[in-house]
Design a protein around this ligand. Structure first.
Ligand code: FE
Length: 187
């Protein structure tokens, strides 16, 4: 397992304007920040992380018929302060439950904007044997320790790693699922 160096992981952040697309603003972000808030829990990286992912806000493959998922949210501190330019590196399996361990299908990183907001367009990953449906992510506030965790979806079967604090808010709009999550990090 090879981690990014800090420099590589947060490099280039400054130069990247955020494409200010619409967020799933009417979905309540889970969890809420505030005085009682806990940091987003860490979870195992699992066996399928690939470093040096492409930077992109959409992981959708050209011509894919897989159901779409828009995952948006914020990265904030425990006191609800936005973490500008937080790095989010996502990876998940495809609609057959398989990871691309050779290339970068369904792998990519992006940066939160100045308000700590992010938005990822991808597909709804399949459930693969032995696991609850999930998306892996590494989140890093500039200059801080990397948070590695996994996000889960409401209404799915659970497994031993599933935690309620890591379940996204979600609703379905036509062919697209909108999901929202707020990462609370030490920043
Ligand atoms: Fe996985």
């Amino acid at each position: 397992m090879k981690f990014h160096t800090r420099r590589r992981f947060i490099g280039a952040a400054a130069a990247l304007p955020f494409a200010g697309a619409a967020f799933a603003q009417d979905l309540a972000l889970t969890p809420a920040c505030g005085p009682q808030a806990a940091l987003t829990p860490r979870q195992t990286e699992g066996p399928y992380y690939t470093p040096d992912t492409p930077q992109r806000a959409s992981l959708v493959e050209p011509g894919s018929k897989a159901g779409r998922l828009t995952l948006s949210g914020r990265v904030v501190s425990r006191s609800c302060r936005p973490v500008a330019r937080a790095l989010l590196d996502f990876w998940h399996c495809d609609d057959r439950g398989e990871y691309d361990n050779v290339g970068f299908r369904y792998r990519g990183h992006l940066y939160a904007d100045a308000e700590g907001r992010f938005r990822l367009e991808t597909i709804f990953p399949a459930i693969y044997p032995g696991r609850a449906r999930h998306i892996h992510v590494k989140v890093q506030a500039p200059g801080r320790r990397i948070l590695t965790t996994q996000l889960y979806f409401p209404g799915d079967a659970r497994d031993g790693l599933w935690r309620p604090e890591l379940v996204v808010a979600m609703e379905r709009r036509a062919a697209t699922r909108l999901a929202a999550f707020q990462f609370i990090v030490d920043a």
